[in-house]
Structure formats: structure tokens, C-alpha cells
Write a protein of this length. Structure first.
Length: 317
């Protein structure tokens, strides 16, 4: 936030980074800081007139632009309303700020309309576009914004933040951060939902299926009880990591040592082609499970289990 202090903030910020990293929280903290009457260092004071309005969601110089309730898209009418807003004079003499979230929900017409404002932003205005899917935004929009990439972080500061929120916990903050690939909000969520154990269980299942035949229906049933979306997400992470281990590629997303001890021999045993076939099946079914059309979740998982077992027999045979 030091750029804000020195008054050289761009007029358009594109705030991106993986899920759970705190994109929205960052955008809101920055907006609060810029609107605050007496900010202390890098943070809003939380007490002034401006901060009170901000916390109540009523600040007249802040607009949140989101998809309409019945729609996945941010439409051109919404963008037009916001453009009118951003051209008005600031009521409190500071910034006029709009947070567009998720920015990738703008349809093409909406994005084109926004472009003109990004090219000639009114003085004292700031647009924050929040997205975890940077590639979905038109290049014309991306090139007119300053990109703020919030990376997952395992810095001591982030660890402290996670540890404070965990309070008394069986897990260490560093272990959870590592599992959550450096995304602090996900790390806390994992501890609260107990998902570290279930991740370990899914990984153990993968290992066991390599050792003896398993009933794919029973495995898929258990996995669908855990939840098709998280299980497939973890499987993608495990398979991706195995492929990296196989390729001896530097594994950016290193999982904790206990998981690594299971993943490494599995990676050694399978060939890369088999891993990629499993990965593709998991990815396709993940898209299926998270798409708009509801599919049979257990069938999606069964397909992955069977694919995994077949890779096993090929490798053995
Ligand atoms: Zn304040």
C-alpha cells in the first residue's frame, strides 16, 4: 500500500491471485484505507466517519459492481450506472472507488463500455477489478490496468496470521499453509472443516488401490460423501504433483512431507502418460461437477477411480 501513500496509484488496478488468497479482502482494505479520514500507516483507522460508513456498506464514494442476482454476468446496464457514479464528484473529497468483482463476469459489451473509462479515468477515481481468472479478461482491459498479483505466501507474517485465527489447533500454521498452497484463508478453512484428515484419507485410498483391488463403487460412494468438488480438486493437486515429481520439475506447490512420502512412490510406479490420462479424466469430471448442468456425482468419481485402477494394472502387467 505504499503506492497509495505516495499518491501514485494507477486509476485501474487488476487484483488477481488464486482462490483463498484474499483478493476481495485486499480490495476492501485498500478501499477503506483510501477513503479513511485519518489512516494510520497502511490501514484505515476504523473509527472515523468514513470508516463507519464503509463498514456499514453505505459509503457514498464506494460502489461495488457485481452480477445481478439472477445472472452470472455483469451486464452493460450495470457498468453504465457505475460509470455515471464514478464521474460524480467525491462526496468526502477523497477517492471515488468502484470494486468490480468478479471482473471476469463482465460480458463483452460491458467490458467494451468499461474500456473508455479506463482509458480516460476521471480525476480521483479508482477502479479495482477483482478476478482469479485473469486470462478471461480482454487483453485491452488487462493492458490498461496495473496488475496486483496476490501470491500465496508462506512468509512468517502469513503464518502468524493463520496461527492467530487457528487459536488452539492440532495443526501447525505452516503445515496448513503448505497444504493450502500458501492461501491463508483456505488454510484456516481447512483447519475448521477438518479437511486435512479427509485429504489424507483420499490420498491413502489412492495408495491402497495400487496395492490391492478395491470396489470402485464403494470408494466413489465414500468420496461423494466427502464432496465431489473438494475430492476432485485434491485429486487434481495430487496427480499434478505426481507428474511434477515424475518430471523432476521444481514443485512450486509442495505438499507436506507426510503426503510427499506417499506421492513419490506412486509417481515412480506410474508412467507419465498414465498419470496424464488420470489427470485429464479428473479435470474433465471436475468441470462436470462444477458446471451448470447437474451430473451424477458418484458416477463422475467412479470414472476417476476406475481410470486410476486401470493405470495400475497396466503398470503391473
Ligand atoms: Zn478512518
Amino acid at each position: 500500500m505504499s503506492a497509495a501513500k505516495q499518491q501514485r496509484l494507477a486509476h485501474g488496478l487488476l487484483i488477481t491471485g488464486p482462490d483463498g488468497v484474499g483478493r476481495q479482502e485486499f480490495a476492501h482494505a485498500l478501499a477503506a484505507r483510501l477513503l479513511c479520514d485519518s489512516p494510520a500507516d497502511d490501514a484505515a483507522c476504523g473509527q472515523c466517519r468514513s470508516c463507519v460508513l464503509f463498514q456499514a456498506g453505505n459509503h457514498p464514494d464506494l460502489a461495488r459492481v457485481e452480477p445481478e442476482e439472477d445472472s452470472e454476468q455483469i451486464k452493460v446496464e450495470t457498468i453504465r450506472t457505475f460509470i455515471d457514479f464514478i464521474h460524480l464528484t467525491s462526496q468526502y473529497g477523497r477517492y471515488k472507488i468502484a470494486v468490480i468483482d468478479p471482473a471476469d463476469a463482465m460480458n463483452r459489451h460491458a467490458a467494451n463500455t468499461l474500456l473508455k473509462t479506463l482509458e480516460e479515468p476521471p480525476a480521483g477515481s479508482l477502479l479495482m477489478l477483482v478476478t482469479h481468472r485473469l486470462a478471461l479478461l480482454p487483453a485491452t482491459i488487462r493492458s490498461r490496468c496495473q496488475i496486483v498479483m496476490l501470491a500465496g505466501s508462506r512468509s512468517p507474517e502469513t503464518e502468524r496470521w493463520v496461527a492467530e485465527r487457528l487459536g488452539q489447533s492440532r495443526y501447525s500454521a505452516s503445515e496448513l499453509l503448505s497444504l493450502a498452497r500458501g492461501a491463508p484463508l483456505n488454510a484456516v478453512e481447512m483447519a475448521e472443516s477438518g479437511s486435512r484428515e479427509t485429504q489424507a484419507e483420499v490420498l491413502r485410498n489412492l495408495q491402497e488401490m495400487r496395492q490391492r483391488p478395491f470396489d470402485p463403487v464403494a470408494v466413489a460412494k465414500r468420496w461423494s460423501e466427502i464432496g465431489v468438488e473438494p475430492v476432485l480438486r485434491w485429486l487434481l493437486a495430487f496427480l499434478g504433483e505426481m507428474a511434477c515429481l515424475k518430471l523432476r520439475a521444481p514443485v512450486e506447490t509442495t505438499s507436506e512431507p507426510a503426503f510427499r512420502r506417499i506421492l513419490q512412490p506412486l509417481a515412480d510406479e506410474l508412467d507419465l502418460r498414465q498419470l496424464m490420462v488420470c489427470y485429464e479424466t479428473a479435470l474433465r469430471n471436475y468441470r462436470g461437477a462444477t458446471g451448470l448442468i447437474s451430473l451424477n456425482n458418484q458416477a463422475l468419481l467412479e470414472e476417476v477411480v476406475i481410470q486410476w485402477q486401470e493405470s495400475g494394472s497396466e503398470a503391473r502387467g
